[in-house]
Design a protein around this ligand. Structure first.
Ligand code: GAP
Length: 513
């Protein structure tokens, strides 16, 4: 993972936020190539979810899938978060260390204890897996106990906590009782900043969709079943942000709330579960690094317990391997959220379905009023970018750039690069003109690079690291026969094509507008 992070920094994909001030834990900035890569992934989602849902394939009702977009505020009325359960329940139990002032998620802390025998009176060494405390504590524990076993802090009787040395502490007995720690970022609306003005940065984009459900139904011609899609920032004051952008405090979500009649929820859940898995696979996260994991009943969120279930699309990141980390969750939320907002706001959020209901004896049709059920495919954009980078990263010692990114042409931030072999002898003039032609045709699709300096091998190496799929080079032969070399990033092979064919060559490979 360190190598991928180094490349991401070196090529301007991802920087630490506020780096010149020492950084801010849990916050990341996207550099020029990262911002474009992220936009390409966001656009791919928007195109395949909003503009052309599921590529035109029909839903389980045999009709085209309907999804409309929405863009709601990051700050909502605080009652939204009371109704959604976030004020009362969006918290992790935490333990603090009185010696180091570090805070740990209670369920993340493990302790090393002797594998057998009597450990009374001896310190128990706590650590957090996947952090430096793990190997440090393991060495200490093996020295002290010989053979060791691990057990969760949560399973240790309270009267033994006085022997626990916290992950970063020297002395035993410094951990506090677990306390609930709300993950929402608090702020104040207005000038007085009193407790009456408290508001929260949204921890998910979903609630903005639920509270506008009625407006969307009343102001557009959508009819159930249909989805509302939104992409935007979400904020969580994660206790232990880690693994690069995987667990950040500010991140982007791509969420669909798909509303349907309760009797159709199972079919739509199965549809979206399979559809979202297919989407990530088609984007290039193929093979055994991607899996669909269906939640066990005891893992289900409170709103999903009664429903058809929850499944996660998971990717095997280098830091989770051999395990997997969540990319997207697909949950049947039943009518939990609409019911909550209906109750807290005292506004009816019921849907009147003119096509359902019964035929009255007088021949009139009655229609049916109900609270729709919701299927929610909720994906992380930043985690998506990270998975795409990890999947694309390849080492090839035989190349001038021993590391490269095999990004798909759809997602690659730089679509094509144009070089003169040398910056003289009439070549830059030809490459400049070719660049203008290619740019005019493809600027909507992504960056087009024109680079005249440095040895050609170094320019290719730079483009390999940036994941640029195609490089075109003007050389001495171009001036004689009007052909250029095109270098394919994946094979590093070059061939000659006519100068006048470059645009159509790219059209064939970058796909239609
Ligand atoms: N509305 C449902 C919801 O927010 P979630 O599983 O908490 O569900 C959905 O979040 C997705 O958002 C996750 O699958 C993940 O990709 C992304 N996500 C959640 N917390 C994140 C964090 N701290 N950093 C980066 N991405 C995160």
């Amino acid at each position: 993972m360190d190598k991928i992070m180094a490349l991401a920094k070196r090529r301007g994909f991802i920087y630490q936020a506020s780096e010149i001030y020492g950084g801010l834990s849990g916050f990341w900035d996207y550099g020029p190539l990262g911002a474009q890569l992220k936009k390409n992934l966001r656009d791919a989602w928007w195109e395949d979810v909003v503009l052309n849902p599921s590529g035109g394939r029909p839903g389980p009702n045999g009709e085209p899938v309907r999804v409309v977009p929405l863009d709601t505020s990051i700050i909502q009325h605080p009652k939204v978060w009371e109704a959604s359960g976030h004020v009362a329940g969006f918290s992790d139990p935490m333990v603090d260390c009185r010696e180091t002032q570090q805070r740990y998620r209670f369920d993340h802390v493990l302790v090393y204890a002797p594998a057998s025998g009597d450990a009374r009176g001896r310190p128990l060494l706590a650590f957090v897996p996947d952090t430096s405390s793990e190997s440090r504590r393991r060495k200490q524990a093996e020295k002290a106990f010989g053979e060791v076993r691990t057990l969760p802090l949560a399973q240790l009787p309270r009267d033994e906590w006085s022997r626990v040395v916290a992950p970063d502490a020297e002395r035993p007995g410094t951990l506090t009782e677990p306390r609930a720690f709300n993950l929402m970022f608090k702020t104040y609306v207005g000038a007085t900043a009193s407790e009456d003005d408290v508001a929260y940065l949204r921890p998910e984009t979903a609630q903005g969709i639920f509270v506008q459900f009625k407006n969307v139904v009343d102001t557009t011609r959508v009819k159930l079943p249909f989805g509302i899609a939104q992409v935007g920032k979400a904020f969580r004051n994660e206790v232990t942000p880690r693994n690069f952008t995987f667990r950040s405090r500010e991140f982007e979500q791509m969420e669909i709330e798909f509303f349907c009649h309760p009797s159709e929820a199972r079919d739509w859940y199965a549809f979206w579960r399979d559809e979202r898995m297919r989407w990530w696979r088609e984007l290039g996260l193929a093979g055994e690094n991607l899996q669909l994991r269906v939640h066990e009943p005891d893992e289900l969120a409170h709103y999903a317990r009664e429903g058809a279930g929850t499944a996660d699309v998971e990717y095997r990141f280098p830091f989770t391997a051999p395990g997997f980390g969540e990319l997207e969750g697909i949950a049947h939320r039943s009518s939990f959220d609409l019911a909550q907002h209906q109750q807290h706001s005292r506004s009816s959020l019921e849907y009147f379905d003119a096509e359902r209901g019964e035929l009255l004896p007088n021949g009139a049709h009655k229609g049916e009023k109900y609270l729709p059920h919701v299927i929610e495919p909720s994906a992380g954009l930043d985690r998506g970018v990270l998975a795409v980078l990890c999947e694309a990263y390849v080492e090839d010692a035989a190349r001038a750039s021993p590391e490269l990114l095999l990004l798909s042409p759809r997602l690659a931030p730089i679509k094509a690069a144009i070089f003169p072999l040398v910056n003289k002898a009439g070549m830059p003039e030809v490459s400049e003109k070719l660049y203008r032609d290619v740019h005019r045709r493809f600027w909507r699709r992504g960056l087009i690079e024109h680079d005249v300096k440095q040895a050609i091998g170094k320019r290719y190496a730079r483009m390999d690291e940036a994941g640029c799929p195609f490089c075109f080079t003007i050389d001495g032969q171009t001036l004689q026969d009007q052909t250029v070399t095109v270098r394919d990033r994946d094979s590093a092979q070059q061939k000659r094509i006519a100068l006048g064919r470059v645009v159509s060559y790219l059209e064939e490979r970058l796909g239609p507008e």
